[in-house]
Design a protein around this ligand. Structure first.
Ligand code: AGP
Length: 611
């Protein structure tokens, strides 16, 4: 949720830390801070609010040194404030720590240390770690051993960057259940919670595994396990370009990422269905007939937008392969005592590959011998590394907190998985697939057509900007897209919005419809059109304003709705990807009109690494 960056080398650390933090601000953005070792002592600067506040402080009170750690925070323990910002230090600044995650047993350790005379200044769990390391250090242990002793005591999830006043040549990094990479430079090294923070400086990284500790010097990196054995790790070379993590002329990352969708969808499709092929190439993913014969239960589990993609995956696997699938949000699934064994396939979906609940769902499944297939964007992420099989969507870094391009790529990936399973179990013929293939190849151009006409969504956003309550309604796949459209509007425009299965409306929520309530009706599934139209009439009769999202050429709406956004026609299983684009654009332009912080909406963080 928060962002960590660290530097050790021959250059001045502060500008490198600040640049790294600017790339991580999307992960958490209520306060930020840096600690820099000047060769004699540790100096620290922290500021509540956006990074620019810290930058202002830094220009007034410059700090110098070639070793440092930095942090951008998303508050968990204690409100956003200067004092609660990271880094946290021991009282005499011997130890400085930045931390992502949660220390679950911090209260008992805090009590114990307070009784020994330690004085705590913040409300955070992290401060406990700084004092605890300091306690072992002052007891006569070296920096390295003191960190190990502290790790024996703390419980929870953490990525840590740690400095010690008496070790100006050492930066220690620790990982448990929170992502952390070590960047390998020449005469300099880095740590980061996320690759974009260091990509300007190096493309070579080590991914730390859980319970690993890296001792990093200017010209040396050593990785240890918790038994203090050294660990050999392969260097991972990051392939994607730094431009992918920049705005490239767009005003916001969100609109840039929305506009990347034709290319990303095209890439997912062409990687898996080469032009000459009449099947789907799921190379490396064990979903052949003989694998599927061993499976009698499939779950799809994820959070937020990834869960909505998962719902579409469930719908399609059931529709085309005729295999029952249970879809669940990970935060519920993990506490349900789900039925899992070696005949279960768990499909987890995650953009970041680090979402705590999804990761735990995966681990529960693995402990019960189930097979796990992960649909993931972030290469080398925890979920990708722990799953049995991975379908990488390779959509590039998604910086906007509101997920858009990852959703479209996830849906395409799940469709390919569904079609592949259907063919393997003999429910889809090569001829039927040939038609689908043609449709998938045509999809990027259809997405582009919608994007080129985005003035419609902009005008409608301006027209309905003052709406206080919004309902998204639809049936079947349209209902699933309603859920995603509604989530987007909530998270970036802060508008109260609900998604309802259109036929369910009259069982309660229709009581909420009054003059000028905005209803966005998705009606792109032709066989359900008449039914959805009746539901539209019901809300219109009660004073609602209705925008319909419909298929080109459908003029059955005439006189029934206030506005229509048309999307190109496509195979009905592929249409949800198209139907979602106007909803993304509408949410973006409403948020734009309302002047919200689109890329970094309030209270949210890009990757939710706490429960
Ligand atoms: C999407 O717009 C959200 N910000 C959020 O719901 C997100 O999809 C969810 O937290 C899951 O994240 P993941 O895909 O990284 O696991």
């Amino acid at each position: 949720m928060c962002g960590i960056v660290g530097y050790i080398g021959r250059q001045q650390a502060p500008p490198i830390l600040m640049e790294g933090l600017s790339k991580l601000e999307y992960r958490g953005y209520d306060s930020a801070g840096i600690a820099v070792h000047d060769g004699h002592k540790i100096n620290m600067l922290k500021a509540e609010g956006k990074l620019k506040n810290l930058a202002a402080k830094l220009s007034e009170n410059p700090v110098e040194g070639c070793v440092g750690i930095g942090h951008t925070r998303w508050a968990t323990h204690g409100a956003p404030s200067d004092v609660n910002s990271h880094p946290h230090t021991s009282e005499d600044m011997t130890i400085a720590v930045v931390h992502n995650g949660i220390i679950e047993n911090y209260l008992s350790i805090k009590e114990e240390l307070s009784a020994k005379g330690y004085r705590f200044v913040s409300e955070t769990d992290t401060e406990t770690v700084a004092h605890l390391i300091d306690f072992y250090y002052k007891a006569g242990n070296d920096f390295f051993d003191s960190v190990f002793m502290a790790l024996d005591r703390i419980e929870g999830a953490y990525a840590l960057g740690i400095l010690c006043k008496d070790y100006p040549d050492t930066l220690i990094a620790v990982r448990k259940n929170c992502p952390l990479v070590v960047g390998i430079g020449e005469g300099e090294n880095f740590i980061a919670s996320d690759i974009p923070a260091i990509l300007h400086h190096t493309r070579d990284v080590y991914f730390l595994d859980d319970n690993e500790i890296a001792v990093i010097k200017t010209d040396d990196i050593k990785i240890f396990d918790r038994e203090k054995n050294t660990v050999e790790r392969e260097v991972f070379n990051v392939k994607w370009d730094i431009d992918a993590a920049e705005k490239g002329g767009y005003e916001h990352f969100m609109i840039k990422e929305i506009n990347e969708q034709p290319k990303i969808v095209q890439d997912v499709v062409s990687r898996r269905i080469p032009e000459s092929s009449d099947t789907i190439d799921l190379e490396g993913i064990n979903l052949r007939k003989e694998d599927l014969e061993k499976i009698n239960r499939i779950y799809v589990v994820a959070c937020g937008t990834a869960y909505h993609a998962g719902l579409i995956g469930k719908h399609l696997i059931e529709k085309v392969a005729r295999i029952p699938v249970v879809a669940d949000v990970a935060s519920e699934f993990r506490y349900k005592d789900p039925i899992l064994d070696e005949h279960t396939l768990l499909i987890v979906v995650s953009q970041s590959g680090e979402t705590a609940d999804t990761l735990e769902a995966l681990r529960i499944a693995k402990r019960n011998n189930a097979r796990v297939l992960a649909v993931v964007n972030a290469v080398g992420s925890s979920i990708a590394r722990e799953a049995d099989d991975v379908f990488y969507i390779l959509a590039g870094p998604e910086i906007s907190v509101a997920s858009t391009k990852a959703f479209s790529a996830q849906v395409v990936a799940l469709e390919l998985i569904a079609f592949h399973i259907a063919m393997e179990v003999g429910k889809m013929t090569k001829e039927e697939f040939a038609e689908i293939k043609e449709e998938l190849y045509a999809l990027p151009a259809k997405i582009s057509t919608i994007l080129q006409k985005d003035k419609i969504e902009k005008l409608l956003a301006e027209k309905y900007l003052q709406s206080k309550n919004v309902f998204f309604i639809g049936r079947g796949l349209d209902y699933l897209i309603s859920m995603e459209g509604s989530l987007k509007l909530k998270e970036i425009a802060y508008l109260h919005s609900e998604a309802y299965a259109a036929g369910e409306l009259k069982h309660g929520p229709i009581a909420m419809i009054e003059d000028s309530t905005l209803v966005i009706a998705l009606a792109t599934q032709e066989e359900l059109f008449e039914k959805t139209l009746s539901n539209i009439k019901e809300v219109k009769a009660r004073g609602a304003k209705v925008i319909a999202i419909a298929l080109e050429g459908n003029d059955g709406f005439k006189g029934e709705v206030d506005d229509v956004i048309y999307i190109p026609r496509a195979n009905k299983m592929i249409t949800p990807i198209l139907a979602n684009i106007p909803a993304q654009l509408f949410a973006y332009y409403v948020a734009y009109g309302l002047g919200t912080d689109i890329d970094q909406p309030r209270n949210l963080a890009k990757s939710v690494t706490v429960e």
